[in-house]
Design a protein around this ligand. Structure first.
Ligand code: CP
Ligand code: NVA
Length: 320
């Protein structure tokens, strides 16, 4: 699959990005291909500020963010539109106005809306009751924009997707869930190594197995980080305590410590493996300084790619 010369043929009008599960492999390739093109042009200071000229993206945040907020806001600005930051506690949603009414009202003003919140159902309801494209900017369940940036970074590093092995070490959380879906859509083999009590949830795994029947991806779920990481082309980890789980932090620290991605564990992946992390990282917990700052780490390229994939997503979903 040559994503630098991919011929676009999918129709994204009337679409949302709630989960990558709703996208076919070809739709994923089209997003990635456009993102690669926009990135190349961005480096030449070509911004295409006509694509979303006069359009407004609402950005609702119920949780903190650096990358998602800034990359969406800069991204829509570069495409000629306007990004409206809405802290959920500043709007009536935070005082109990329903998602249904919020969706109906905001659809009268906005051309699209990105939301970062707790419940995946709230994101789905925003799409159900509104009449504008909705983009999931992270829920407790999923983080599809991150997974798009991850696939882009992997493709840039390796030149292929299908047949690679990604090892995810740590918590079976939102970032893992979206990665599992992403990898099994495009034929990347994925292994998970994490403690017994934080294994991936069954309904997400079922989606992964279903996707792999079409893509040929192999899935390995283990409690042994060494087994998971063996011969990996990509090593991925995320924080042990996600937003909203702060009161469990101490317990999680103890349980996850044997799953730290340190030099010794990382050396069991392929010599040319890359290290990815969605960031923010807790250096000295899920990953050591040596690994995240090492020559195989691509975490800042990965963070940059949030800008390019989200520009592609907004252009496809909100463009004329
Ligand atoms: N990776 C990511 O979504 O980062 P932020 O929480 O800073 O948006
Ligand atoms: N799993 C983390 C990802 C942050 C981008 C969280 O949900 O807090």
């Amino acid at each position: 699959m040559d994503l630098y010369n991919y011929i676009p043929r999918e129709d994204f009008t009337q679409r949302h990005l709630l989960s990558m599960q709703d996208y076919s492999a070809n739709e994923i390739y089209q997003v990635l291909s456009l993102a690669l093109k926009l990135k190349k042009e961005n480096k030449k200071k070509i911004f295409h500020n006509n694509i979303l000229k006069g359009k407004t993206l609402g950005m609702i945040f119920s949780k903190s963010s650096t990358r998602t907020r800034v990359s969406f806001e800069v991204g829509i600005h570069q495409l000629g539109g306007y990004g409206l930051f809405l802290n959920s506690s500043d709007i009536q949603l935070g005082r109990g106005e329903s998602i249904e009414d919020t969706a109906k009202v905001l659809s009268r003003y906005l051309d699209g809306c990105m939301i970062r919140t707790y419940s995946q159902k709230d994101v789905e309801d925003l799409a159900r009751f509104g009449s504008m494209p909705i983009i999931n900017g992270l829920t407790d369940l999923l983080h599809p924009c991150q997974a798009f940036a991850d696939l882009m970074t992997i493709y840039e590093a390796k030149g292929v997707l299908r047949g690679l092995k990604l090892a995810y070490i740590g918590d079976g959380n939102n970032v893992f869930n979206s990665l599992l879906i992403a990898c099994t859509k495009v034929g990347i083999n994925i292994s998970f190594g994490g403690p017994k009590e934080y294994q991936p949830q069954k309904d997400i795994l079922q989606k992964g197995y279903l996707n792999s029947e079409y893509s040929g991806s192999k899935i390995l779920i283990t409690q042994d980080p060494q087994e998971a990481i063996e011969d990996a082309d990509i090593v991925y980890t995320d924080v042990w305590t996600s937003m909203g789980q702060e009161e469990e932090a101490l317990r999680r620290y103890e349980v996850f410590f044997p799953f730290q991605v340190n030099k010794e564990l990382f050396s069991q992946a392929k010599a040319d493996s890359i290290f990815l992390h969605c960031l923010p990282a807790h250096c000295g917990e899920e990953v050591t300084k040596e690994v995240i700052e090492g020559k195989n780490s691509m975490v800042f390229e990965e963070a940059e790619n949030r800008l390019h994939v989200q520009k592609a997503i907004m252009a496809l979903l909100m463009g004329d």
